[in-house]
Write a protein that binds this ligand. Structure first.
Ligand code: PLP
Length: 426
């Protein structure tokens, strides 16, 4: 460990001011063979961007996307709420000190025992999309504040959710009548545009659809006060369209509180995976180029599709890159296949990848890898999950401590910084 690098007892690594990766490298790569680096600065930047581009919308971070404790603690300290999908997630965030009123139980098909748990913990906000669910809620949590999830056009999203969840617009009136008969309180509407949405206009249409449900509800005697625009944010590029649609259909004066359930947005960019080449094979293929058999390089990493790269099974692609500095453009490149460590042949990371020759022990890095992969990883074949190390530069650390002093009196949102760092350092 260099003199400019220290480690708190919580596992947060404090770094010197140079490019953090090269500094952390000395420390982490000597201690471990496979790890994630979680960059605090990026996580905080994402939140500050959210506040400045979508100021009307309170984010309820989707815990399922990445439930790493440091992420949850940081976001709690920054003032976000949390979208939980189960008793387990609710219990995890409550144990970190999250208040029940900052949780939405955003799953429309809940086990009864989980609804009872939410009730016992004072978690009242929850979604539904069906009469059967309403009956369950009336038995298990009659004082719940319900949010009607509608199905929306998710055709421009990579992961489409509306085939599984969400009431059709033509059934919302019937569902609201059923809720009224059961004496349940419905407070608003939610939707999810699908993950990795590529068309901002999809949000506009979904917000317009939600408006029509608000109007139906008013006719039926409900006073809706909450709009939940779900997740699906691939960046902040959608902010203009979303803000415009909110101004048109739910102007500020309407008094409607707007929340969202971003997962990908927060968790993707702070994480970098560092995996090690554990084995290598050279295949001489019959295909000849100028009379010489083609070389195919096969590399085996210690993480793969059964570990944190499981999203590769859904047609996503990654481009691992070598940790060593500056690969010369003149360096010879070979057709290569990179495999995961397990004995299964679908455990393939990249095919036909043109890269310089690698050696056993080399490190490959993959950026922007914090969304879902870690949550969904398994220990198939006995390969352990990667450790996660949070890093922050000394400079950021001190700036944030100072920020606490200058912002604390003027802005409630920033005041928890101090408490965040105290908590993290415990
Ligand atoms: N809310 C709900 C109900 C979800 O099902 C999901 C993802 O599946 C999210 C929020 C998070 O979505 P994203 O990661 O696309 O922002």
């Amino acid at each position: 460990m260099t003199s400019s690098c220290g480690k708190s007892s919580s596992g947060t690594v404090l770094l010197g001011n140079s490019w953090f990766l090269s500094v952390t490298w000395k420390f982490l790569s000597h201690c471990f063979l496979l790890f994630f680096q979680m960059d605090f600065y990026t996580l905080i930047q994402m939140h500050l961007k959210w506040l400045s581009y979508l100021p009307r919308i309170k984010p309820f971070y989707a815990v399922k996307c990445n439930s790493t404790e440091t992420v949850l603690r940081t976001l709690n300290a920054l003032g976000t709420g949390f979208d939980c999908a189960s008793k387990g997630e609710i219990s995890q965030v409550l144990s970190l000190g999250v208040k029940p009123e900052n949780i939405i139980y955003a799953h429309t098909t809940k086990p009864q025992s989980h609804i009872k748990y939410a009730c016992a913990q004072g978690v009242n906000l929850m979604t539904f999309d069906d009469e059967e669910e309403l009956r369950k809620v009336s038995r298990c949590h009659p004082k719940a504040k319900l949010v009607l999830r509608i199905a929306v056009d998710d055709s421009s999203s990579f992961y489409r959710l509306s085939s599984k969840f969400g009431a059709g617009l033509n059934s919302t009136g019937r569902l609201l009548e059923c809720a009224a008969e059961l004496g349940l309180e419905v407070v608003g509407v939610s939707f999810h545009i699908g993950s990795k949405c590529t068309q901002s206009l999809a949000f506009r249409q979904a917000i317009a659809d939600a408006r029509s449900v608000f109007d139906t509800a008013k006719l039926l005697g409900f006073q809706f006060s909450l709009l939940d625009i779900g997740g699906g944010f691939s960046g902040i590029d959608f902010s203009e369209v979303i803000n415009g649609a909110l101004d048109e259909y739910f102007p500020f004066e309407s008094g409607v509180q707007v929340i969202a359930e971003p997962g990908w947005y927060y968790a993707e960019s702070p994480f970098t995976l560092a995996a090690n080449v554990i084995a290598k094979r050279l295949i001489m293929e019959d295909m000849r180029k100028e009379g010489v058999p083609e070389r195919l390089m096969m590399y085996y990493l210690n993480d793969g599709v059964y570990g944190s790269l499981n999203f590769l099974l859904r047609d996503v692609q990654v481009s691992p890159y070598l940790h060593r500095q500056a690969v010369e453009s003149s360096e010879k490149r070979y057709r290569s296949v990179i495999w995961g460590p397990t004995c299964d042949c679908i455990d393939k990371i990249v095919d036909n990848y043109l890269i310089p020759e690698l050696h056993v022990g080399d490190w490959l890095l993959i950026d922007n890898i914090g969304a879902y992969g870690i949550s969904m990883s398994t220990e198939f074949n006995g390969f352990k999950r990667s450790n996660i190390y949070s890093v922050v530069t000394n400079e950021t650390w001190h700036t944030l401590k100072l920020s606490h002093l200058s912002f604390a009196s003027s802005c409630e949102m920033y005041s928890p910084f101090h408490c965040m760092y105290s908590k993290l350092l415990l």
